[in-house]
Design a protein around this ligand. Structure first.
Ligand code: PLP
Length: 408
C-alpha cells in the first residue's frame, strides 16, 4: 500500500492569498467601477534593468549558434556569476567569501525551503512570528514539528516580534539548534543592527546551532551602519548560511535567480558529535536534485554587477523606497504606529484591531488591498502589511484614499 508522508496532513491550508483574492473579487463584482489599488503582494512591478535585458538578448543569441550554444551548466552556477557575486557583494565589503562557497539557484524560496533537508528531524527549531511562511511549512513537511494547535505548531520555539521588543526577536532562553532570521524582514520591514546580529552569532557558536539568514531584501539597505550580510559578523562563517535573491534586487521575481552562501567552515554534527561540513552536503544535495539556472538568466544576473546595472538597480530600488516613504508619511500624519519602510519595501502597521477587519475596511471604503498580518503568524493578528511594490502614482492615490476614510 502506498502511504503518504503523514506530516503533510499537519499543514494548514495557506488561505491567506486565496482569501484575499476571493474578497477582492467579491468586492470588484459588486463595485465594477471602483479602481482597486493593490499594495498586498510583494512582487516587483518595474521592468528588468536595461543592462540585464541586453545581457539576456546576447545570451539568447549565443544559444542560437552551434559554436556558442550551452547545454547543461554547472549545478552550482557558472563561474562568471559566482565570481561577480563574491567580488561585488562580499569582498568589496571586506567579507571573505570564495566563489565556490556561492551556490546559484532559481530562488531563495526553494533554497530556504530545501536547506533543512541536510539536518536531523530531531533538532529544536526556532522560527520568528510573524514570519515568511516557507520556513515553517518546510519543517512541518519534514516532520520536525508537532500538531497545529491554537495557531501554532507544537515543538517549535517561536521568536516573537512585537511592539514591546521593537520587532526584534529575543535570543531564546533555552538552547535551540536551528534558527531562521530574515533581515530586512518580511513581513515587518524591521532591520537588524550589527550588535544584535553579533549576539545571535555568539548564541549559535555557544549552542552549536545553525542560523539560516535570509537577506532577500538586502538591496533595500541604505543606512551605512546596517549589516548587508551575516558574514560581516566575526565567527559567522562557521554557524550561518546566507540566502540572497535577485528577485527584489533586480526585478527577477519572474525571471528566477538567487544564491545561497555556505562557507567551507560551516558546520553541523553527526550522531557521534563529529563535525560535518555543510558546504559538502549542500553541494551533494544540489548536484543530485538540481540542474542549474539557465545560461541566459545567469548572464542577466551577472549584468546587475556591471557599472550600468548597479546604477539601474539603485534607481529601481530608490523608486520603491520613495513609495515606502509616501506610505510612512501618510501613516505619520494619521497617527498610526508602524515599523519598516526604511531600508525595506514593507511597512508593518499597528491596525489596533483585528487584521482582517482592517483589511475589509480598507478594501470596502478605499478600494485598497493590503495583507492582513494574521496570515504571517499570531503576532500579526492586529497588524497589516503594506508593500511598496507598485507605481508611485498608485501608492500616492491609495494613501490619499486611506487618509480620506480615516479622517472622515
Ligand atoms: N525570502 C523572503 C523573505 C521573501 O519574502 C521571498 C519572496 O517574497 C523569498 C525569500 C523568495 O525569493 P525568491 O523569489 O528568490 O524565491
Amino acid at each position: 500500500m502506498i502511504t503518504i508522508n503523514k506530516h503533510y496532513l499537519k499543514l494548514q491550508a495557506s488561505y491567506l492569498f486565496s482569501m484575499i483574492a476571493e474578497r477582492v473579487s467579491d468586492y470588484q463584482n459588486s463595485n465594477p467601477e471602483q479602481e482597486i489599488i493593490r499594495l498586498g503582494i510583494g512582487d516587483c512591478t518595474r521592468a528588468l534593468p536595461g543592462a540585464c535585458i541586453e545581457a539576456l538578448h546576447r545570451a539568447v543569441d549565443e544559444m542560437a549558434d552551434d559554436t556558442t550554444f550551452r547545454g547543461y551548466g554547472p549545478e552550482q552556477g557558472y563561474p562568471f556569476l559566482r565570481e561577480a557575486i563574491a567580488e561585488h557583494d562580499y569582498r568589496s565589503r571586506g567579507v571573505d567569501i570564495d566563489p565556490d562557497e556561492i551556490f546559484i539557484s532559481d530562488g531563495a524560496k526553494c533554497d530556504t525551503g530545501n536547506f533543512q533537508e541536510l539536518l536531523s528531524p530531531d533538532i529544536v527549531l526556532a522560527i520568528p512570528d510573524p514570519v515568511y511562511p516557507v520556513y515553517v511549512d518546510t519543517n512541518v513537511m519534514a516532520g520536525r514539528t508537532g500538531a497545529y494547535r491554537d495557531g501554532r505548531y507544537q515543538h517549535v520555539v517561536y521568536l516573537e516580534s512585537t511592539r514591546e521588543n521593537g520587532f526584534m526577536p529575543s535570543i531564546p532562553s533555552e538552547p535551540v539548534d536551528l534558527i531562521y532570521l530574515c533581515f530586512p524582514n518580511n513581513p515587518t520591514g524591521a532591520v537588524v543592527t550589527r550588535e544584535v546580529l553579533t549576539e545571535w552569532v555568539e548564541y549559535a557558536r555557544e549552542n552549536k546551532a545553525l542560523i539560516l539568514f535570509d537577506a532577500a531584501y538586502e538591496a533595500f539597505i541604505r543606512d551605512d551602519d546596517i549589516p548587508h550580510s551575516i558574514f560581516e559578523i566575526d565567527g559567522a562563517r562557521e554557524v550561518a548560511v546566507e540566502f540572497r535573491s535577485f528577485s527584489k534586487t533586480g526585478g527577477f521575481t519572474g525571471t528566477r535567480c538567487a544564491f545561497t552562501v555556505v562557507s567551507r567552515a560551516c558546520r553541523a554534527y553527526d550522531e557521534q558529535g563529529h563535525v560535518q561540513g555543510l558546504h559538502a552536503l549542500w553541494n551533494r544535495r544540489q548536484s543530485t536534485k538540481f540542474n542549474g539556472v539557465s545560461y541566459p538568466v545567469q548572464r542577466a544576473a551577472e549584468a546587475i554587477y556591471s557599472d550600468e546595472g548597479k546604477e539601474q538597480v539603485r534607481d529601481i530600488i530608490d523608486y520603491y523606497l520613495k513609495n515606502a516613504a509616501r506610505v510612512r508619511k501618510e501613516m505619520d500624519a494619521l497617527g498610526f504606529s508602524y515599523v519598516g519602510g526604511r531600508n525595506s519595501p514593507y511597512i508593518w502597521i499597528d491596525a489596533g484591531r483585528d487584521s482582517w477587519d482592517f483589511f475589509d475596511m480598507l478594501l470596502s471604503r478605499a478600494g485598497v488591498v493590503c495583507t492582513p498580518g494574521a496570515g504571517f503568524g499570531t503576532c500579526g493578528n492586529t497588524y497589516i502589511r503594506i508593500s511598496a511594490f507598485n507605481s508611485y502614482d498608485k501608492v500616492d492615490r491609495a494613501m490619499k484614499r486611506i487618509g480620506g476614510i480615516v479622517r472622515s
